[in-house]
Design a protein around this ligand. Structure first.
Ligand SMILES: [Zn+2]
Ligand SMILES: [Zn+2]
Length: 139
């Protein structure tokens, strides 16, 4: 049986389906991923020999390829959300974990480029944690 995964962007313009299995799940702390996510790391699942189908909104999907590198990012041009990218050089589809609507079936495999980690992203276990935005009624 082939596993089926679904995902979408924040504004809902783009929806996709992936047929295949995830072999690895990397939290990439490289400086490029910090820029393109605006956060401490990317969280990408890798599915070899899988099939990506855009169910809707394919015309809103843009892919940025960082020059002379393997770094690429696909995103919705309406809302900027990260979307899957086909990485032909490794015959894989790279899926941003946060773009999935179906359950993420595996746990992270590894942190990579940990040497480039943002100084503020260490020891986050000590930061206070709230169920929602403190003191607000909207989420
Ligand atoms: Zn969107
Ligand atoms: Zn990276």
């Amino acid at each position: 049986m082939i596993n089926k995964h679904q995902g979408s962007c924040l504004c809902g313009s783009v929806k996709y389906e992936l047929l295949g299995d995830f072999q690895s799940f990397f939290l990439c702390h490289c400086t490029r991923c910090q820029k393109d996510t605006g956060s401490a790391h990317a969280a990408n699942l890798f599915a070899k020999a899988s099939t990506l189908t855009w169910l809707q909104g394919e015309y809103d999907v843009k892919t940025y390829q960082y020059p002379n590198s393997l770094h690429a990012k696909s995103f919705c041009q309406q809302c900027g959300s990260a979307l899957p990218t086909i990485a032909e050089s490794i015959n894989s589809v790279v899926v941003p974990a946060g773009s999935l609507d179906s359950p993420v079936s595996i746990m992270p495999t590894a942190k990579i480029f940990a040497g480039s980690s943002a100084s503020w992203s260490a020891n986050l276990g000590d930061v206070p944690s709230y169920e929602k935005l403190p003191g607000q009624t909207k989420s």
